[in-house]
Write a protein that binds this ligand. Structure first.
Ligand code: C5P
Length: 221
């Protein structure tokens, strides 16, 4: 157990994965369980922070002591993050946000007609929330953390992504068929905009969460 070094701080954590609806019964989604974000929320509460957890489609119990805001889509997640970030000392974007959403939403269930060829699915880009809050900080000195799941060339891609997003820290982990998504454990490297590189050995998602808060607390001073 760490010192209550986040006492008096407000931190925002996004968790889970967005769902982008096609019609009332179908959506485009991803395999994020939300476990890493919930571990971040629990450990921040234990370290004394006021925690706003923005949860996208998770099937996990609310962490004790956190304010939980439930959302479904990337646009809803964006609204909730911007609102909560206004007075936050740190924002950690652990949620898997869909890069694209269907260009249109059918208010009735889309039906297949006999002998009809499938229509291509038109998509539009979602806003990049992490890049947006990093470029336009709600507060001077606010610490912003992103996550990146990479399948190859993990560190080089991570460095490029950190620069592109403009956040302070980027947690990079390698994903594959049976790694990370839905698992209890994680292995990662935390890259810092100031050049720092903190490897986190394979272990519980809590351990990675504690390392993230160590790095955030050091930057908050
Ligand atoms: O670009 P990529 O999806 O790999 O970046 C992942 C990071 O960016 C995560 O921290 C995720 O929460 C955030 N993100 C976002 N808005 C998007 C896509 C990703 O904030 N539209």
């Amino acid at each position: 157990v760490r010192e209550p070094d986040l006492t008096g701080r407000h931190v925002v954590v996004s968790a889970g994965g967005t769902r982008e609806p096609l019609d009332p019964v179908r959506f485009l989604g991803n395999r994020s369980s939300g476990k890493q974000g919930y571990a971040l929320a629990r450990t921040a509460v234990a370290r004394g922070a006021r925690v706003t957890l923005i949860a996208a489609n998770t099937a996990l119990p609310d962490p004790a002591g956190a304010d939980v805001v439930r959302v479904e889509t990337a646009l809803q997640l964006r609204e909730a993050v911007l609102k909560a970030a206004a007075d936050a000392d740190a924002v950690v974007m652990a949620a898997a946000v869909a890069d694209f959403r269907p260009a249109s939403y059918a208010t009735g269930k889309i039906k297949k007609k006999d002998d009809q060829e499938p229509e291509p699915l038109a998509l539009v880009r979602n806003p990049d929330i992490l890049a947006e809050i990093s470029a336009d900080r709600a507060r001077p000195g606010q610490v912003i953390v992103g996550f990146a799941a990479e399948t190859d060339d993990v560190l080089a891609n991570g460095r490029r992504k950190l620069a592109r997003k403009g956040c302070d820290l980027l947690v990079v982990n390698e994903v594959g068929e049976r790694r990370t998504f839905g698992a209890e454990e994680n292995e990662a490297v935390v890259l810092a905009a100031d050049g720092g590189e903190t490897p986190v050995p394979h272990g519980p998602k809590e351990a990675l969460a504690e390392t993230v808060w160590d790095l955030v607390a050091a930057r908050l001073g």
